[in-house]
Design a protein around this ligand. Structure first.
Ligand code: DQA
Length: 144
């Protein structure tokens, strides 16, 4: 099976974007770190887009393929009902979608305290840097 690791707006700038909040490693480093944790028989497809429609179409793709999803919705977390409805399509029939965040949004500005995604996610992991993704991947490949 293939795990989709989907990243929303501005996460393509990881490495140089607010390193005090997000660290100094970029998405290629994240891909390498996750690949190192992949058991035999699993594949990883890590993508990033700044475009809401593209992210929604990737969730539709996950519905069609049945792939588990690790999603960092970035700023869309806080207001995109379109993304929420697409995430609900992934999780409704027993699919898996784990919402992840590098930072802990609850310890930041008030507008980040709301997630419109969490209510339809299988679970949420936030505040552990790239380990948020690694913990989500561990859950998925452990099959629990
Ligand atoms: C983020 C947190 C969001 O509030 C922010 O808009 C991001 C990144 C995180 O990974 O910590 O872009 O999702």
């Amino acid at each position: 099976p293939t795990v989709l690791v989907l990243n929303g707006p501005n996460l393509g700038r990881l490495g140089s974007r607010e390193p005090d909040v997000y660290g100094s490693a970029d998405l290629d480093a994240l891909r390498e770190s996750l690949a190192a944790d992949l058991p035999d028989g699993w594949a990883l497809d890590l993508r990033q887009t700044d475009d809401e429609g593209t992210l929604i179409s990737w969730l539709h793709e996950a519905v069609d393929t049945g792939s588990p999803v690790i999603l960092n919705p970035a700023a869309f977390t806080h207001y995109s009902y379109g993304l929420r409805d697409a995430a609900a399509l992934v999780t409704k029939p027993g699919g898996t979608l784990i919402e992840v965040h590098i930072s802990n949004p609850h310890a930041r500005e008030t507008f980040r305290h709301t997630s419109v995604i969490s209510g339809v996610a299988s679970g949420v992991i936030a505040g552990f840097g790239f380990d948020s993704y690694r913990l989500a991947l561990l859950h998925i490949v452990s099959g629990s």
